[in-house]
Design a protein around this ligand. Structure first.
Ligand SMILES: Cc1cc2nc3c(=O)[nH]c(=O)nc-3n(C[C@H](O)[C@H](O)[C@H](O)COP(=O)(O)O)c2cc1C
Length: 191
């Protein structure tokens, strides 16, 4: 049986990103239910409406990857109490050109981590407002993860048992939501 395809977007372009580590751990937690594929955003050009007439190849690649996905997992840091610029740029490209909104109807799970006490909560809240306005179907609940050294080992296992169980619950509910809606799968079977 094929598994739903999930586009995994990390809101950081940092080489040793904590959020990429968390994303890889989440992918591992969902491996039996979801076909997760990392979608690059760090190579996208800065959004410019002048480019909409003939989309740059990187943007076409990115929007095709979103179109093929049944759901979206966004794992984001917080920059200056908001959405990192690299992620907001990717969100804007996904939303445009007018009439080609890649986000509409996509089941979406937003989470993220920071070494700070509130674990990227404000960035996640800002992102939720934006993604709802773009028509995503957000997974309920809040998953703000304070990153501690050794939280995630080199094999992408979450070492803290309560954090692992907490995130497993989110992944399981996300898999259920995606299985119910699966927009790309529905389009594939109708073709
Ligand atoms: C420009 C900038 C702004 C930041 N602002 C915040 C912030 O508002 N809240 C926070 O918890 N951490 C903030 N941080 C620290 C990040 O949480 C930290 O760099 C973290 O490692 C970023 O996630 P990443 O490793 O996935 O890139 C900021 C870091 C940078 C570089």
């Amino acid at each position: 049986m094929t598994k739903p395809v999930i586009a995994v977007i990390v809101g950081s372009n940092r080489r040793d990103s904590l959020n990429r580590k968390l994303a890889q751990a989440l992918v591992k937690l969902g491996a039996d239910k979801l076909d997760a594929r990392l979608v690059r955003i760090d190579d996208l050009p800065m959004f410019n409406q002048d480019l909409e007439g003939s989309l740059p190849p990187g943007v076409v690649r990115y929007k095709n990857e979103l179109a093929r996905s049944d759901g979206v997992l966004i794992v984001t840091p917080e920059h200056d109490r908001s959405i990192p610029a690299v992620l907001k740029n990717a969100v804007d490209w996904g939303a445009r050109p007018y009439g080609k909104n890649s986000w509409a109807g996509k089941p979406t799970f937003i989470t993220g981590t920071s070494p700070g006490a509130i674990g990227s909560a404000i960035a996640q809240q800002h992102l939720r407002a934006v993604m709802v306005s773009l028509g995503t179907i957000l997974l309920g609940g809040e998953a703000y993860i304070t990153f501690k050294p050794n939280l995630i080992d080199d094999q992408s296992n979450i070492s803290d048992e309560s954090t692992r169980a907490f995130l497993q619950g989110f992944i399981d509910r996300f898999a259920q939501l995606v299985a119910r809606l699966a927009p790309a799968e529905a389009a594939r079977s109708a073709a």
